[in-house]
Design a protein around this ligand. Sequence first.
Ligand SMILES: NC(=O)c1ccc[n+]([C@@H]2O[C@H](COP(=O)([O-])OP(=O)(O)OC[C@H]3O[C@@H](n4cnc5c(N)ncnc54)[C@H](O)[C@@H]3O)[C@@H](O)[C@H]2O)c1
Length: 302
Amino acid sequence: MAINFNGRVAIVTGAGGGLGRQHALALAARGAKVLVNDLGSGVHGEGGSTSAAQAVVDEIRAAGGEALANGASVTDLAAVEAMVQQAVDAWGRVDILVNNAGILRDKSFAKMDMADFRFVVDVHLMGAANCCKAVWPHMVAQEYGRIVMTTSSTGLYGNFGQANYGAAKLAQVGLMQTLAIEGAKHHIHVNALAPTAATRMTEGLMPEEVLAVLKPEAVVPAMLVLAHESAPTRTILCAGAGTFEAAHITLTQGIHLGLGADVPEQLAARLAEVTDRSGEQIPQSGAAQGTNEVGKAMAARV
Ligand SMILES: NC(=O)c1ccc[n+]([C@@H]2O[C@H](COP(=O)([O-])OP(=O)(O)OC[C@H]3O[C@@H](n4cnc5c(N)ncnc54)[C@H](O)[C@@H]3O)[C@@H](O)[C@H]2O)c1
């Protein structure tokens, strides 16, 4: 099956450089009309100009594609709504949203300024939420949508110096889980991508020979699959250097201990059974946890 996006309209945030630029170029090369958003900031979120987005638009047009530039900050809901309207006015719909915009403000938690923590959460979490909120009514009305969140291995598993970033990135997975459930009946699929790529964001973090294999282009196929008509929903795809993995949030079978006075001691003694992964499930919704707990409590009554 060829993956093409003929007739589709995509918005890619933070697409003036790095991964977002590659996402926008690839979607356009495969037929999508692409709104290229970027506020043109530095890696820490400072400054701003639309020239980065415009350069990518020029590149798409030079290759025969259709694109528009937008300089909104994803943190500004009114500007994001205007951005979505810009795409709708030009092309009549929005099929795909790739929430890619992001910044870093790394420091160990002990030294981290809470204003920086809040700013990172604002760009990654509120930025993604603003964009989802603005495209949502259009996707519901047209009974079709594909949303790709950009999470991170830091959010999924942690990395030293990135408490703010990790919290904000896993929050996008939380947003994905419920939007996928609420969007299902409207054929809106919501997925998350955890990329590894050498961009200005990773400069100085890894040695040169490692950065050389981590081309941003190598992540793009995962985004294309998650943005396509045939996309799954509620999937966390990891991608880097041409390797693709999936991350899962699972629930173990657990054990029922009831309400006795010594439950803390029993739980401490049997913690290995609680965390044992045999028979674990990937819940279809948060209800699965309660169902498992109530089911075990009911079974213990007889
Ligand atoms: N590079 C990696 O290894 C890696 C790993 C995990 C996650 N990510 C995520 O992938 C995404 C892309 O990162 P990248 O590595 O290409 O970095 P990058 O810095 O090259 O790209 C981020 C882009 O977002 C733009 N941006 C920042 N704040 C914005 C705002 N408020 N509104 C609109 N645009 C804004 C920047 O101007 C920049 O062009 C980010 O969400 C990042 O957190 C990257």
